[in-house]
Design a protein around this ligand. Structure first.
Ligand SMILES: Nc1ncnc2c1ncn2[C@@H]1O[C@H](COP(=O)(O)OP(=O)(O)OP(=O)(O)O)[C@@H](O)[C@H]1O
Length: 255
C-alpha cells in the first residue's frame, strides 16, 4: 500500500489515502472553491455538507481532475496527482460517483464491466471482482441483463457506486447520492457506503444536509460555505443549532 506524509508530524501515515491542501477550483476566472484542505483516511467516511451552490460538487470535480486546480494540491496515496487528468487518477485509485450517473442504455452487467475496465486489475481477476460486487448487492444480480435505465432511482445509485468500486479504488468520492431518493433508500445507500469504508475504503461523502444516519457513519464533517471551509467537526460534537444556522438559505442585505 502506498503511504502519505503526515503534514503535522512529518511521519509516514499508511492510512492517509487522500490529502487535499489549499485547493482552489473554478470555472475560468470564476473561482468557486477557495483554499479547501481535507484528509480522507482508509476505513473512514468523511462527510462534506453545505447548502446548494456552496461549492461541494466543484470541490469533488477538482479532486477528481475533472476541473483543473487553480491552486493547491491533491495527493493520492502520497503521490502528487494535482496535474493528472481524471482517467489517470482513476487508475491510481480515485473513484467518483456523481449522482445516479450510469450508462442507462447498457445492461447492469455491461456497466459493471466498464467499471472494472477502469482499474489496473489483470484481466483474469476481473470476473471475481464483479462476482464479489454482485454478492454484495444482490439487487444488481437479480437485474444483471436489464438496461440500467430500467432500474429504480435507488438501484441506479447502487449501480453507480458498484461501477465505481469495480475499479477497486482506495478513495471513493460520492456526490449527493441521496438526491431524489426516498428516505429508506438514502439510508440503504449510506449504509452501503459505511460498509465499504469498514472494509478499508476512504469515503468522501457529499450531501446537502447532515441527518442522523450521516452523523452515525461519518467520523468527521466539513461544512462548506460560499466556497470555503466554514467548519470542521466530529459529528458527535456538532452544535445542532450552529449547523442548522449554516444550512439556512443565504440571505442578502436586500432581503
Ligand atoms: N459549469 C459552471 N460554470 C460556472 N459556474 C458554475 C458551474 N457549475 C457551478 N458553478 C458555480 O459554482 C458555485 C458552486 O457550485 P457547486 O455546484 O459546486 O455547488 P454545490 O455545493 O455542489 O451545490 P449543489 O448542492 O447544488 O450541487 C456556484 O456558485 C455555481 O453557480
Amino acid at each position: 500500500m502506498s503511504t502519505a506524509r503526515n503534514e503535522g508530524t512529518g511521519t509516514m501515515d499508511t492510512a492517509t489515502a487522500l490529502t487535499v491542501t489549499s485547493l482552489k477550483v473554478g470555472y475560468g476566472d470564476l473561482i468557486a472553491v477557495w483554499d479547501i484542505s481535507l484528509t480522507a483516511t482508509a476505513g473512514r467516511v468523511l462527510a462534506v455538507v453545505g447548502r446548494n451552490g456552496a461549492g461541494k460538487s466543484t470541490l469533488l470535480a477538482g479532486v477528481a481532475g475533472l476541473l483543473p486546480a487553480a491552486g493547491g494540491s491533491v495527493l493520492l496515496g502520497g503521490t502528487d496527482v494535482t496535474t493528472w487528468p481524471a482517467h489517470r487518477r482513476v487508475r491510481h485509485g480515485l473513484g467518483l460517483v456523481r449522482g445516479k450517473q450510469v450508462f442507462r442504455g447498457l445492461s447492469v452487467q455491461e456497466n459493471l464491466v466498464l467499471g472494472v475496465q477502469g482499474s489496473r486489475l489483470p484481466r483474469g481477476e476481473r470476473p471475481a471482482v464483479i462476482a464479489g460486487i454482485l454478492d454484495r448487492f444482490p439487487v444488481l444480480a437479480d437485474r444483471l441483463r436489464e438496461p440500467a435505465g430500467s432500474l429504480s432511482g435507488g438501484q441506479q445509485q447502487i449501480l453507480a457506486i458498484a461501477q465505481a468500486i469495480a475499479a477497486r479504488p482506495s478513495v471513493l468520492l460520492v456526490d449527493e447520492p441521496s438526491s431524489g431518493l426516498a428516505p429508506i433508500m438514502v439510508d440503504e445507500v449510506h449504509a452501503a457506503l459505511a460498509a465499504l469504508a469498514a472494509e478499508g475504503l476512504a469515503v468522501v461523502l457529499v450531501e446537502e444536509q447532515m441527518d442522523d444516519v450521516l452523523s452515525g457513519i461519518a467520523e468527521q464533517v466539513l461544512v462548506v460555505e460560499e466556497g470555503r471551509l466554514a467548519l470542521t467537526a466530529d459529528p458527535g460534537s456538532l452544535d445542532a443549532a450552529a449547523l442548522e444556522e449554516l444550512m439556512q438559505p443565504t440571505t442578502t442585505a436586500d432581503d
